[in-house]
Design a protein around this ligand. Structure first.
Ligand code: GLN
Length: 536
């Protein structure tokens, strides 16, 4: 029988519910259980695909082409599993299903209400993942903070669900914050007590409390929290601030959260978690002796979460290569023709980020020109690849003002144009070319050397593509299309001849990199950056 673990948050947002959920899942997975995680988000957008990165960070794309919350990236990176559309549910999607049914007359004349109709739909979705595969554990992370108006139907659905399934089949892990008051030199438990009280008001007694803290929690304080919040002492778990999110599973192992959970859910474990590969990754990460400086040039640099998967991919690749990767984010609006070489001189490798729209595009093009002419290792992702094609068309193939149709509808040389299948699309949400597609790789290419195979599959999120009318011309000038979609001949990878490392990818390699499976393109860039640094 599947066991259900709900992860809620109180006191404050950004306590790391996603990382906690992924860490707990990791421990259970390492004990030999089948585990998956899903995220329920309380906003009304059908999915985060239409959200600006400033609003909600990166939009994470799954194999099946769902545009999802970035926490799904953590789930995949920690567990090495593929998630799907079913792993991310929003209030918008819940209402959409209920309202669609209402229009079909499925409610037989009844008044349609939040309770029971919305809560029933939430409960139905709690178990939905079990329809495709049988899991031992389904962990459900509830977005938002307990006490928010929009979280209420979820909390009520969890209460009913536990009542239906029984306490030994469904539990609640609640994350809270223990603020440290430096004047009093004390950790404070009152906010935690209040947030548990809020849950109790809604009929939920949390089973485990995960207390975020910047200081060690003394034993007597744990006892106090246990007593006042009505949980067992071993279920008060310390989650101390960490240098790296990848330390968290080991900390949770030390706190024996897995044992607490197994005990509450009355399950015997097949084996102890060893986390061997994980520990090896961490040790490589921490003992890296070499160092490189990488610039990520994009326009959402102010927000750490906007390029989450890219930053994580550098960590994975660095650990694999024994190289500490120091990443600086640079806003492309600060870069122009006259200052590019000055700003970028200190970097051993450069990544030009994905993105949309005209704003700050020139800085990206100038960055790429600098990489091309100065032999600096370069990886361009999606828009970064498209800009590499434009830079080459303008400055090498002499196609003056060549551009992407996205930025300039009147350009004489639309070297990047709208995909045929996109031409009649007017709706925004979920309509890009999304998810995994095959790409066949030319054997005489850098990509082949890195991937070590001639057929790959990578994830996508774009509307525009390389315009094949310019393929012959650009190839003849030295920009090689080394990765092609075998079905529709769409150019997926471009490379430069006579350059130590210059790759543009129409897809998003960052979405498939994990600590235990670092991505070949990122490993390649980090290594090339080191080679450049070393030879200088
Ligand atoms: N704006 C470009 C397109 O839609 C690139 C998208 C991206 O970088 N994800 O094709």
């Amino acid at each position: 029988m599947t066991k259900y673990i709900f992860v809620t948050g109180g006191v404050s947002s950004s306590l790391g519910k996603g990382i906690f959920a992924a860490s707990l899942a990791k421990l259970l997975q390492d004990r030999g259980f089948e585990v998956t995680i899903q995220k329920f988000d309380p906003y009304l957008n059908i999915d985060p695909g239409t959200l600006n990165p400033y609003e909600h960070g990166e939009c994470y794309v799954t194999e099946d082409g769902a545009e999802t919350d970035l926490d799904l990236g953590h789930y995949e990176r920690f567990l090495n599993i593929n998630t799907s559309q079913a792993n991310n549910v929003t209030t918008g999607r819940i209402y959409q299903s209920v309202l669609d049914k209402e229009r079909q007359g499925a409610f037989l004349g009844k008044t349609v209400q939040v309770i029971p109709h919305i809560t029933d739909e939430i409960k139905r979705r709690f178990t939905l993942l079990n329809e495709t595969k049988r899991y031992d554990f389904i962990i459900t992370e509830l977005g938002g903070t307990v006490g928010d108006i929009e979280s209420l139907p979820y909390i009520e659905a969890v209460r009913q669900f536990i009542w239906d399934k029984g306490k030994e089949n469904a539990i609640v892990c609640h994350l809270t914050l223990l603020p440290y008051l430096s004047a009093a030199k004390e950790l404070k438990t009152k906010p935690t007590q209040h947030s548990v009280k809020l849950l109790l008001e809604n009929g939920i007694q949390p089973d485990v409390l995960i207390c975020r803290t910047e200081k060690e929690i003394p034993r007597d304080l744990k006892q106090k929290i246990a007593l006042f919040c009505n949980v067992s002492e071993n279920a008060v778990i310390q989650a101390i601030d960490k240098e790296s999110i990848y330390d968290v599973p080991l900390d949770m192992l030390k706190e024996q959260i897995d044992l607490v959970v197994l005990d509450k859910l009355k399950i015997k474990s097949k084996q102890e978690p060893k986390l061997e590969k994980w520990k090896r990754f961490l040790s490589n990460l921490k003992n890296a002796k070499k160092e490189v400086n990488i610039a990520v040039v994009g326009k959402y640099v102010e927000l750490q979460d906007a390029y989450k998967s890219i930053y994580e991919s550098f960590i994975h690749a660095g650990a694999a290569k024994g190289i500490k990767v120091k990443v600086d984010s640079i806003h492309s609006k600060t870069i122009n023709e006259s200052n590019a070489s000055e700003i970028l001189a200190k970097y051993d490798g450069i990544l030009v980020a994905p993105g949309f729209g005209e704003r700050a595009i020139i800085g990206k093009i100038e960055t790429i020109k600098y990489c091309r002419t100065q032999n600096v290792p370069f990886l361009g992702i999606c828009l970064g690849m498209q800009m590499a094609v434009i830079e080459f068309a303008r400055n090498v193939a002499n196609l003056e003002d060549a551009h992407s149709f996205e930025m300039n509808k009147k350009t004489k040389y639309p070297v990047i144009h709208l995909m045929e299948q996109q031409k009649n699309i007017t709706q925004k949400g979920g309509t890009m070319r999304l998810g995994a597609y095959d790409c066949s790789i030319d054997k005489n290419s850098l990509a082949f050397k890195l991937y070590k195979t001639n057929m790959i599959s990578e994830r996508h999120r774009h509307r525009y593509e390389f315009n094949n009318e310019y393929l012959e011309l650009l190839t003849s000038k030295g920009l090689k299309a080394t990765g092609i979609n075998p079905e529709n001949h769409l150019v997926e990878i471009v490379e430069l001849e006579n350059h130590p490392f210059f790759i543009g990818a129409q897809f998003h390699p960052e979405l498939k990199s994990t600590p235990e499976n670092p991505h070949p393109l990122f490993k390649g860039l980090v290594e090339a950056a080191w080679n450049r640094k070393n030879s200088n």
